[in-house]
Design a protein around this ligand. Structure first.
Ligand SMILES: N[C@@H](CCC(=O)N[C@@H](CS)C(=O)NCC(=O)O)C(=O)O
Length: 204
């Protein structure tokens, strides 16, 4: 088994990857990166030239970007069934909502947080459309449930529920009942609870 190293900070999106790592049950080494400190060091920039966390190194392979890391780990540890089978048509929903999280959802929430001006002149080229378009689409994706691929909880749910929970807490996203129920369902998983405890202990 190749060595797995997790670069994170407990106050970051790294918490999402921590949850994913705990879902896999894989052993990993932890490297804590400090904001304004070693996160911009030459040694870390050689791993992630963005100078951001999270990142993982698995053997000689570096993966950055929360959604890419979660998708990669789901495939590397298939026994946990955190992704639909490669030949399953559910793979379409899986990719759709993983990329929706990294693209329109992340963009719309940043637009909301920083009052970006999305208007009739630019909306056709803005990837998230109007913020309400993204939010209504997300609600549509989740309303049948329990998960975006039906009965199977996947890395797409892990990512989406993490983003939704965070954005509700930051008041960038309305606490619609569909969102709140979905986040509670996903975050009740033992690995989510364990991951939160591990990161909270680092903060203390
Ligand atoms: N698109 C990246 C975003 C990563 C990101 O922005 N990380 C923040 C913490 S949540 C960070 O490391 N900021 C430190 C900095 O920019 O100096 C991902 O999905 O992983």
């Amino acid at each position: 088994m190749a060595k797995l190293t997790f670069y994170t900070n407990p106050y970051s999106r790294g918490r999402i990857v921590r949850w994913m790592l705990e879902e896999t049950g894989a052993a990993y080494d932890l490297e804590i990166m400090n904001f304004g400190g070693n996160i911009k060091s030459p040694a870390y920039l050689a791993i992630n030239p963005m100078g951001k966390v999270p990142a993982i190194k698995h053997g000689a392979t570096v993966v950055t970007e929360v959604v890419a890391i979660c998708a990669y780990l789901a495939d590397q540890f298939p026994e946990n069934k955190l992704a639909p089978a490669l030949d399953s048509m559910l793979r379409g929903s899986y990719y759709r909502w993983l990329f929706f999280a990294a693209g329109p959802l992340e963009m719309a929430m940043t637009a909301e947080a920083y009052n970006w001006d999305i208007n009739e002149k630019n909306v056709q080229s803005v990837g998230c459309g109007y913020i309400s378009d993204t939010v209504n689409t997300l609600e549509m994706a989740l309303k049948n449930g329990p998960y975006v691929c039906g009965e199977q909880f996947t890395a797409a749910d892990l990512v989406l529920s993490s983003y939704i929970g965070w954005e509700i807490s930051q008041k960038n996203l309305e606490a619609r009942p569909v969102f709140v129920d979905y986040v509670s369902r996903c975050e009740a998983r033992p690995a989510a609870i364990r991951a939160g405890q591990l990161d909270d202990a680092l903060i203390k």
